[in-house]
Design a protein around this ligand. Structure first.
Ligand SMILES: [Zn+2]
Length: 132
């Protein structure tokens, strides 16, 4: 009986989730045109994806070395020389990085994805950049 109730509640949640009018606005840009992709919600305007179950627990804020809040699409400047794995060259202090993408749940602490000229796709820690 207990099992039955749990399953039933689960179905209610899932059914509620398929109703477009009940989807929350994008937590990043407040767009109302969010849609579901599996268990994730996706914003078509800023490309943010999130799990609605995570959202209630924590609002992730990623800050640069100076404590300024970073957002997807920001441009930043690298504040220290960074060695690059598999490369003999390093990313120099002062390197400008455009259109960063934040990775709030990064397990290894590299919470910024970006492309750097001459290096390609890279992951950086927010502690080594400042908002440009
Ligand atoms: Zn958005």
């Amino acid at each position: 009986m207990i099992l039955y109730i749990l399953v039933n509640n689960y179905n209610l949640i899932m059914n509620g989730g398929t109703n477009m009018e009940n989807l929350p606005n994008c937590p990043k840009c407040n767009s109302e045109y969010t849609y579901e992709d599996g268990s994730l919600l996706v914003c078509p305007e800023c490309a943010y994806e999130w799990n609605p179950e995570d959202l209630a627990e924590k609002e992730v804020v990623i800050k640069d070395v100076n404590g300024n809040v970073l957002n997807d699409g920001d441009s930043v400047t690298v504040v220290k020389d960074l060695k690059v794995k598999g490369s003999s060259s390093s990313i120099k202090i002062g390197t400008k990085v455009k259109s960063i993408r934040l990775v709030p749940d990064a397990a290894d602490g590299h919470d910024i994805e970006c492309k750097i000229d001459g290096f390609g796709a890279m992951k950086l820690k927010s502690s080594v950049v400042k908002k440009a």
